[in-house]
Design a protein around this ligand. Structure first.
Ligand code: KIV
Length: 272
């Protein structure tokens, strides 16, 4: 990891394309605040996603739909203040780019101008083609997102694997090719069969970052709080937990509480 950090002092959209051409995997995690972003950035993660999963993880909503553009800008500007090396991608939240391409561009410009982020991510394929085109034309790098797109949860009705049927898989391949042609710099594929993700990754020159899309893609993304084990209720097969922070934090907090109540804290060396 330290060699990797030495080689790429600052990650740009071009770095990611170079990494794909050299067959180097791309690591990506979410972050929503300054403190966590600083840890993620200095740990060597290539891409930080200020995901609209903040709606679930930070605000406790059931879906990603309620989070607003102002709230995403608040999270993104906090993240940006903690980042020196990673490329920062910010989700355009639900309702800020689907109705017309001019509104989409206005939303993307607000994110870039007010947060200082480096790029934006939009969910969807041909139905949002004009929005993507207009944003890219304005010089803003766009990451695509296909497969299970959580902003469309009420259309799907379930969070199960997408594109298992031929028709949906065919459409997904077409959408992926279209996103590359439009100029997207990378693409997230969420919860689709590993074989399909591998075919798409092979057929594109832009990097494909998977979440629940198997190992034969160009990189992986997870939600930070899930991989650190801070959440307990979300247990998909693709989630590897690297820590059990919920329990570790809970026992530290309980210990502090009992130390206060037993008058063990503060002791004589912890006061003035
Ligand atoms: O919002 C998010 O965290 C995402 C990732 C799951 C890819 O879009």
């Amino acid at each position: 990891m330290s060699i990797h950090k030495e080689v790429y002092k600052r990650i740009t959209v071009k770095t990611l394309t170079d990494m794909k051409s050299k067959n180097e995997k791309i690591s990506m995690l979410t972050a929503y605040d300054y403190t966590m972003a600083k840890i993620v950035d200095t740990s060597g993660i290539d891409v930080i996603l200020v995901g609209d999963s903040a709606s679930n993880v930070m605000a406790g909503h059931e879906t990603t739909l309620p989070i607003t553009l102002d709230q995403m800008i608040y999270h993104a500007s906090s993240v940006i203040r903690g980042v020196n090396r990673s490329l920062v991608v910010v989700d355009l939240p639900f309702g800020t780019y689907q109705s017309d391409s001019k509104e989409a561009l206005r939303s993307a410009i607000r994110i870039m101008k007010e947060s200082g982020a480096h790029s934006v991510k939009l969910e969807g394929g041909k139905e949002i083609k004009d929005s993507i085109k207009r944003i890219i034309k304005a010089g803003i790098p766009v990451m695509g997102h296909l497969g299970l797109t959580p902003q469309s949860i009420y259309k799907f009705g379930t969070y199960t694997v997408r594109a298992k049927e031929e028709e949906e898989a065919k459409q997904l391949v077409e959408d992926a090719k279209m996103l590359e042609k439009l100029g997207c710099f990378a693409l997230v594929l969420e919860k689709i069969p590993a074989k399909l993700a591998a075919i798409i990754s092979k057929s594109l020159t832009i990097p494909v970052i998977g979440i629940g899309a198997g190992g034969d893609v160009d990189g992986q993304v997870l939600v930070l709080h899930d991989m650190l084990g801070m959440t307990k209720e979300f247990n998909p097969r693709f989630l590897r937990r690297y820590l059990n922070l919920y329990d570790q934090m809970s026992s530290a907090i309980s210990k502090y509480s009992s130390d206060v109540k037993s008058k063990d804290f503060p002791n004589s060396s912890e006061q003035y």
